[in-house]
Write a protein that binds this ligand. Structure first.
Ligand SMILES: [Zn+2]
Length: 399
């Protein structure tokens, strides 16, 4: 494929401690992979005649990765947001048909085309901030047909936009009304057989669950993880969001790619995650929306060198966020991450949380997935609020 040189760039490679910054840098790619990166004055002679594209001294980073989203769903929850702020109680909202079950009802009623049409603007908002890889979960069907339809809709998004997409099976998200008080039966009769069907259709890259007092316990999630393991699928988990349930330890036992939320995780959990190589994914949009006060134990994760990622958790109920830049700011302001940790959290460590090893850094051999920004320093990406300085997004070497 045709070779191109991006020159006159400040390049934050994230391939060494710190930002891995290269001043007056150049990057050579073949419209698929990165071939070379370094100071422009050291550009190898073999690339001297390749076409050059002047970056105007702008900052180049790895393209952004959102490793935890629920962007495929139908309906919206603006009305219950309004009701709540007018003083309605949780019960009032539930009686008016609100809450997660309203999203489940709307999603069950939506065709695949309708799910795609409603997800595309969310995806486009993410792409507009330099994203090239996104994870999308099922989990608003809670019955076989809709779970499969959500996954098919998610896969179709990657045919409609230049993006790399990973799908995660999350039928163990909530217990549907028809299984009220019978969570074990829901796992056995719906979650497990539908996982087999979804896997047989090639729709599943990873398996997830919600381990919480209001969702499923560790024994129930363990059964889902056992089947995932038997099918050769990696797992991840919504764990310790609202209370400490032992989900993080369970995730570590199954060598999960990530444990997500983890506000109530402990130092012992951090130690287990370090051993299993599990990424801690923080979701500050949900923390903000729910006005939570328990912050994740960032110091313990740092001390145990647990990789930390950030994601939007885009969903209609608890995190209607389609901005990774805002999420980076929230990660710094609400959880005390450094801007460098925030940038790694939406690139290097987000890739790891998805089990991807060919993106998230700038180094020879990796995909040419890049974001070019109109900023001077990488910290500016986390510092500004409501500001999108993306100049161009490069996906597989192509703008
Ligand atoms: Zn989530």
């Amino acid at each position: 494929m045709a070779i191109e040189v991006l020159n006159n760039a400040r390049i934050a490679t994230l391939d060494s401690p710190g930002y891995g910054l290269i001043e007056a840098g150049a990057l050579v790619h073949d419209h698929a992979r990165i071939l070379w990166v370094g100071p422009e004055q050291d550009l190898p002679a073999e690339h001297a005649l390749a076409p050059r594209r002047d970056m105007g001294g702008r900052l180049v980073t790895p393209a952004l990765i959102d490793c935890h989203t629920h962007i495929v769903f139908a309906g919206d929850r603006a009305q219950e947001f309004e009701m709540r702020l007018q003083g309605a109680s949780y019960e009032d909202i539930a009686r008016a048909g609100g809450g997660i079950l309203s999203t489940v009802a709307a999603t069950r009623a939506a065709t695949e085309e309708a799910l795609i049409a409603q997800a595309l603007p969310r995806l486009d908002a993410l792409l507009a901030e330099g994203l090239t890889t996104v994870e999308v979960k099922s989990g608003y069907g809670l019955e076989p047909e809709t779970e499969l339809r959500m996954l098919r809709a998610a896969r179709r998004l990657a045919q409609l936009r230049p993006v790399r997409l990973r799908t995660t099976y999350l039928a163990a998200h909530a217990c549907p009304p028809d299984y009220k008080g019978r969570a074990d039966a829901y796992i056995d009769e719906v979650c497990l057989p539908t996982l087999r069907a979804a896997h047989a259709e090639g729709l599943v890259d990873a398996v997830d669950g919600f381990c919480e007092g209001i969702a499923f316990d560790t024994a129930q999630i363990g059964r889902v993880f056992d089947l995932a393991r038997a099918l050769g699928l990696p797992v991840k988990l919504h764990a310790e969001q609202l209370s400490h349930q032992g989900g993080t330890a369970l995730a570590a036992r199954y060598r999960a790619l990530s444990a997500d939320h983890v506000e109530y995780a402990t130092e012992a959990d951090a130690a287990l995650m370090a051993t299993s190589g599990t990424v801690a994914v923080f979701l500050p949009g949900a923390f903000y929306t729910l006005r939570e006060t328990q912050q994740p134990p960032v110091a313990a994760f740092r001390a145990h060198q647990v990789p930390m990622a950030l994601a939007t958790d885009c969903n209609p109920g608890t995190s209607p966020v389609t901005s990774l830049l805002l999420t980076m700011n929230m990660g710094c302001t609400l959880f005390g991450l450094t801007p460098e940790e925030a940038l790694r959290g939406v690139t290097t460590n987000a890739a790891r949380a998805l089990g991807l090893h060919d993106c998230g850094r700038i180094a020879p051999g990796l995909r040419a997935d890049l974001a070019v920004w109109d900023v001077q320093s990488p910290a500016e990406l986390s510092w500004r609020i409501g500001f999108n300085p993306l100049h161009i997004r490069i996906f597989g070497g192509t703008e």
